[in-house]
Design a protein around this ligand. Sequence first.
Ligand SMILES: [Zn+2]
Length: 454
Amino acid sequence: MSSLDKVISWIDATREQSIEKMARLIRQPSVSSTGEGVEECAGILVEMLTEVGLDAKVMPTKGLPAVYAERIVPGTPTVIFYGHYDVQPVGDLDLWETPPFEPDIRNGRMYGRGTGDNKGQLLTHIIAVDAFIKNCGELPCSVKFLLDGEEESGSINLAPFVEENKELLKADVCYFADGPIHYTGRPQVLFGCRGIIDVEIVLEENIRDCHSGHYGALIPNPAWRMVHLLKTMKDEDGKVLVEGFYDKVRPMTPAEEEVIKAIPFDVEGYFQGVRFPGTGPQWDPVEALKAHMFQPTMTIAGLASGHTGEGMATIVPAKAVCKIDMRLVADQDPEEIFELIEKHVAKHLPEAKVLRHGKMYPSRTELELPISKAIIGAVESAWGVKPIVVPSSGASCPEYVFTDILDIPTISVPYANPDENNHAPNENFDLDLFIQGIRTTAHVMDTIAKHKDW
Ligand SMILES: [Zn+2]
């Protein structure tokens, strides 16, 4: 029996203990938006990591703490596991079938806040480590853990933390599990995500709303002026007109273009439940995926001015506000994009103020790297089925701290069920997939240990 086989049998044999470990983490609230239970949860993780044989500690950041752990096996490559132990607020308690912090098992799933996103998923790596040490006496490769306590609040302190601890966090590859498997039931391997910059344009022109008959002809109307400004920012085909916006967009590689064609994408199903039939363009699946992964967006998230309530109000509004978020792709820099927006607004509507809210950099790891191919292979051997290779997620996460600050390939393989209800009531994690996640991490560690071509 190979060491990996021994490890896999042990993972299957200790299923109940693993499930109990997940329940222990779920019982401890850790809501970063309020801070509830976060420090306590960090403490439990340090205990769990120490129990399996790692050097673990809570590390302060400028906000909520991070958890760090390591076990170095001299002469072996190092994988750093990223995960986040904070959770979303629970929302409306009436919508939960069982209380969010009292883990409940039904239909082969564990229900509770943080099961899928992300405590259950990060736990798979801890259990895989345990499996190797218990069955082989030592790990096949060196491991580090960086567990974020603020991901659900935008990970605002993660980049400075990683910057300050570059030496400590040094690794050959970063691996993490977050989000769901593909809706077809196949695993997916992701190589990046989009970045984001969130801005607000505020135009205050009049001291108060004014009578449109007495003032309409003579004073400026901030609503119209905002509309005119917005028209200079994006055309009707969706192209952003802000000068320099697309300058740094990294072109698709032939390998990326190739894998996109192999991604199953049910266009009808995607739009169902969100779009009225017949509205908007009819997308070709491949073009849709390209837009989703490789094109930046500029989205009006909110637009407000004057009277939008019931009945009429004949006024010239005092002010207009527009909130815009832009999803960015490699190698766009949110700071630079913000400056371009500022410059654009200064030119077209100098009276408007541009405020900045959240930002995150995009991240992308090359599919063609030997380690990328090796991890795709590891996932295939764990599942017995070819994984779907996804060059980039359309959403944003703090992956760039690994690809850009630590300068290492970063690959994620989501383990949760597609209906995990993350960020929603009745969040859950399918227990078979949870165990399959542990097996997958074990395969990945085994592959990393044997990989030579770094
Ligand atoms: Zn989340």
